[in-house]
Design a protein around this ligand. Structure first.
Ligand code: PEP
Ligand code: MN
Length: 373
């Protein structure tokens, strides 16, 4: 289905921090003191940081800390007055939206548990009609790209053009070192389908642990994501939510400075030229590869016809086993990744079988000739 979004250029509504956008601040607003002390440390290094704090917290089980509620919005105002940083929080219903707009919150985001529910997203979109505030949409907890796109479309259709997406990983049934395993492919596909949509990464909710934040952030930068949302708390050990994944402002600053921020265009012109040349080489290599695949297909068709005419089975396991082993050995000699080569060979073999089965079910030329005679 066609995706048609009217998006305001990212640079027109985001002031970048060290090339990319940075959104940092605590998982939850806990007290005015906690908010201000965290904010004052962050702003020293990153005046363009957007200060985040959850006011209403969607917790998996009841009776956990569910956010301080509306009073936190007053603390957000104080943070903004004292530091000049813009503020951001999560909204999950129309009432949240109304209160945030009244309190002058600058950026809203829709949490992963809300993105899954089109009714809630529509309610938020309707509450925002006529207000052009930036809204970032986290991916749904399950890896459903259409649901993610659908939420962006609902907002856009309500007139919100300053939209962006946040990749925060997905929950899964398999054990993993991540709290919410990253689904880079889904994020990349979103970037491919909607090229002007800014997509940022939330390494905190992906990792769930402090020591995973930096490698995840680097990976996001390497994938040309447009920024990071990192949970930061003045004293993570006593945080009322997500204590294990929050960084101190000091750790945040050190990490951001260590990140290697690769830009889309190499700064020096000669380097850019070299890239153009290398890309031309890749184009040629791909052309050769595809022509070889076409040649291979001609041979497969001949084999298929031979098998049909001589009443042989299409799949001959011994032969396939031999091909696989022999090609993997060659792959190793050529220093290719065996896992990748095996996937490639299996895909080629599947296609080859499909072509041969089609031929087997077709009528040989000789029979057509005899029927018409
Ligand atoms: C959050 O950012 O604090 C949060 C609850 O995130 P998510 O919706 O990604 O779980
Ligand atoms: Mn959190």
């Amino acid at each position: 289905m066609e995706i048609n979004l009217n998006i305001t250029k990212f640079e027109d509504w985001i002031k970048p921090t060290v090339d990319n956008v940075l959104i940092s601040g605590p998982c939850s607003a806990e007290s005015e003191e906690q908010m201000l002390s965290t904010a004052h440390e962050i702003v020293k290094a990153f005046p363009n940081n957007i200060f985040r704090a959850g006011i209403w917290k969607p917790r998996t089980r009841p009776n956990a800390f569910e956010g301080v509620g509306s009073i936190g919005l007053e603390w957000m105002k104080t943070v903004k007055e004292e530091t000049g940083m813009r503020t951001a929080t999560e909204v999950a219903n129309a009432k949240h939206v109304e209160e945030c707009l009244k309190a002058g919150i600058d950026v809203l985001w829709i949490g992963a548990r809300t993105t899954v529910n089109p009714f809630s997203v529509q309610e938020i979109a309707d509450a925002l009609r006529g207000v052009d505030i930036p809204v970032l949409v986290k991916n749904p907890v399950n890896p459903d790209l259409q649901l993610w796109i659908g939420a962006l479309e609902r907002l856009n259709q309500a007139g919100i053009t300053k939209i962006g997406a946040i990749h925060r990983g997905c929950s899964s049934t398999t054990k993993s070192k991540y709290r919410n395993a990253p689904n880079w492919n889904m994020a990349i596909e979103l970037m491919r389908l909607i090229p002007n949509l800014p997509v940022i990464c939330d390494p905190s909710h992906i990792g769930g642990k402090r020591d995973l934040i930096e490698p995840l952030s680097q990976k996001a930068m390497d994938l040309e994501m447009r920024g990071l949302m990192v949970e930061t708390h003045i004293n993570p050990a006593v945080a009322l939510s997500d204590a294990a994944q929050q960084l101190t402002p000091e750790a945040l600053i050190a990490m951001i400075h260590r990140l290697e921020l690769r830009s889309l265009h190499a700064k020096a012109a000669p380097a850019e030229k070299q890239l153009v040349m290398l890309r031309k080489q890749i184009d040629k290599a791909d052309e050769k590869l595809l022509k070889l695949l076409a040649e291979r297909k001609d041979i497969i068709e001949k084999i298929g016809e031979f098998k049909r005419d001589n009443n042989l089975t299409v799949l001959q396991l011994n032969r396939w086993d031999e091909v696989l082993k022999n090609r993997l050995k060659l792959a190793e000699e050529l220093n290719l990744n065996p896992v990748f080569v095996e996937k490639f060979l299996v895909a080629m073999h599947e296609e080859s079988i499909a072509i041969q089965v089609k031929i087997l079910n077709s009528v040989p030329d000789s029979q057509i000739a005899s029927v018409s005679r």
